[in-house]
Write a protein that binds this ligand. Structure first.
Ligand code: PMP
Length: 432
């Protein structure tokens, strides 16, 4: 009857899905009353807890006013308010919002818009995209094509457009004693070379700023983004920042691009946008991009892309309530303290004989389990170590969902320091 996402359904013969009947704050409760701490924010979407009274009230109010209206030929106050707020809080220059309803669709929009921009400018030879190895941008065909996690991609390779993949600045591979900054700077040489060789055919470079989340939570230094922005300008290539996972405070700043002091040409947002309530995504871009599509209808320059639920009022209202919480509760400053607690709770794991790395960007911390610490030899994927950790942690009431051999915490921002300490202890016990 029900086919679950990202799941080998046969696994459920042994481990049936957990039936959740309610959520409250950081907790999910199953039908027998057992509670699970949502340490991964339900696939990185939840920011301020489940059934948050403030977001509930806003969505309820919206429900009594307007549940949905198409956004072509019509508009509404909630989407106008949200667009104004997003333009205010994102890096300067991002002046227009184009909505879709999930992260993958936002990536599709950004890819199409970049290509179409060059097309409208008469640069019809620009048809390619540069991506980073180990990146993930979603599961629809265009988004899958610009990603490179082979587990999700390889089967579909014959269906996908070709891209130019450049080695990642992922600091897990740095030499002993080498700093993140030195490594990420050194790895930029590959990007520079790819741009030098291909820029005339390239529409855009697409990256996940600072953390390649689905690619084992691998991280890099902001200097890479600064170098990339400068090089994209120099070569006449767009920069697409996919902040679907890292946006809304995950890396310590409201948006990861802020740490490099850059504005991308396109910024994709989703997940935390509605506080984890409803599907919504948005691509922010510049006036110069908007203007390249603005003309008489007969020129056929318009961006004729749509989704039925584009700009849904309930989702936009949840997003506005989420932004209110950011503004009223000084969330980013408070998260600095929580990030320190995350560091304290997981730092000692670095000494464990089967931990190859403990890394962190703000509210994301990742622990890489290895078979051999000195050579960083991974456990074979067939051993499904992460799955073992998953079940062991569930038994203790913690929802971790390791990616391969990488255990990570990406908790809601309403987590307490005591809960973080407890999660650190659960992880230590599981690895042990
Ligand atoms: N981009 C990034 C960086 C993501 O992490 C994800 C989802 N994990 C997506 C895009 C796709 O988002 P969605 O699952 O909402 O389609």
């Amino acid at each position: 009857m029900l086919w679950h996402p990202c799941t080998q359904m046969k696994d459920h013969e042994r481990y049936p899905p957990i039936h959740i009947r309610r959520g409250e704050g950081v907790w999910l409760e199953d039908e027998k009353g057992k509670r699970y701490f949502d340490a991964i924010s339900s696939w990185w979407v939840n920011l301020f807890g489940h059934c948050n009274p403030r977001i509930n009230a806003a969505v309820n109010d919206q429900l009594d006013t307007l549940e949905h209206v198409l956004l072509a030929g019509f508009t509404h106050e909630t989407v106008l308010d949200l667009s104004k707020r997003l333009v205010e809080i994102t890096p300067p220059g991002l002046d227009y919002c184009f909505y879709a309803d999930n992260g993958s669709s936002a990536v599709e929009v950004a890819l199409k818009m970049s290509y179409h921009y060059w097309h409208n400018q008469g640069k019809k030879e620009k048809t390619k995209f540069i991506t980073l190895e180990n990146s993930y941008h979603g599961d629809t065909l265009g988004a899958l094509a610009v990603g490179s996690v082979s587990l999700y991609k390889d089967t579909y390779a014959p269906l996908l457009m070709e891209t130019i993949a450049v080695p990642s600045p992922d600091c897990y591979h740095r030499e002993p004693g080498e700093s993140w900054e030195a490594y990420s700077t050194r790895k930029f040489a590959d990007m520079e070379a790819a741009l030098a060789q291909h820029h005339e055919q390239v529409c855009a470079v697409i990256v996940e700023p600072l953390v390649q989340c689905a690619g084992n939570m691998r991280m890099y230094h902001p200097c890479y983004l600064t170098l990339l922005r400068e090089a994209c300008d120099r070569y006449g290539v767009h920069l697409i920042a996919d902040e679907v996972a890292v946006g809304f405070g995950r890396t310590g700043t409201l948006f990861a691009c802020e740490q490099a002091n850059i504005t991308p040409d396109f910024m994709c947002l989703s997940k935390g946008l509605t506080g984890g309530y409803l599907p919504l995504s948005v691509v922010l871009t510049h006036t110069y991009v908007y203007d390249a599509f603005y003309d008489e209808y007969s020129t056929l320059k318009a961006f004729l892309h749509s989704h039925s639920y584009t700009g849904n009022p309930l989702a936009c209202r949840a997003a506005l309530a989420t932004l209110d919480i950011f503004a009223q509760d000084n969330v980013i400053a408070r998260n600095q303290d929580l990030s320190q607690h995350l560091r304290d709770a997981t730092g000692p794991l670095a000494d464990h004989p089967h931990v190859g790395d403990v890394r962190q960007h703000g509210m994301i911390v990742a622990i890489e389990m290895v078979q051999d610490k000195h050579t960083k030899t991974p456990y074979p994927w067939q051993a499904r170590r992460g799955l073992q950790v998953y079940h062991r942690a569930l038994a203790q009431g913690a929802l971790l969902r390791p990616i391969g051999n990488v255990i990570y915490l990406m908790p809601p921002y309403v987590t307490t320091p005591e809960q973080i300490k407890w999660l650190g202890d659960v992880i230590a016990e599981c690895i042990g």
